[in-house]
Design a protein. Structure first.
Length: 73
C-alpha cells in the first residue's frame, strides 16, 4: 500500500511505467519492480505482521536467488 504522498513520488519518478521486465518475469516485475526502484521494501517479521504474509501454493519461486535492485533517488 502506498500513501498519497508516496504514490505521487512514484508517479513522478523517471522509472514509473518504464516497462522494465527484468525482475524474475513480467508478472513479478509489474507487481514489484517499479516500487522497488523508488522505495526501500522489506518483509515484516512474521511475529509482528503475519497477516501481511502471502503463501503460495507451490515452491517455484521460494528457492530462487532474487536480483538486487539499486535504489534510485
Amino acid at each position: 500500500m502506498l500513501s498519497k504522498t508516496q504514490l505521487e513520488k512514484w508517479v513522478s519518478s523517471k522509472t514509473f511505467l518504464d516497462m522494465d521486465c527484468s525482475f524474475i518475469s513480467p508478472l513479478e516485475s509489474a507487481a514489484t519492480l517499479g516500487v522497488l526502484k523508488v522505495f526501500s521494501v522489506f518483509k515484516p517479521s512474521p511475529s509482528n505482521f503475519a497477516f501481511f504474509e502471502i503463501e503460495h501454493f507451490d515452491r517455484k519461486f521460494s528457492g530462487m536467488k532474487l536480483p538486487r535492485v539499486q535504489e534510485t533517488l
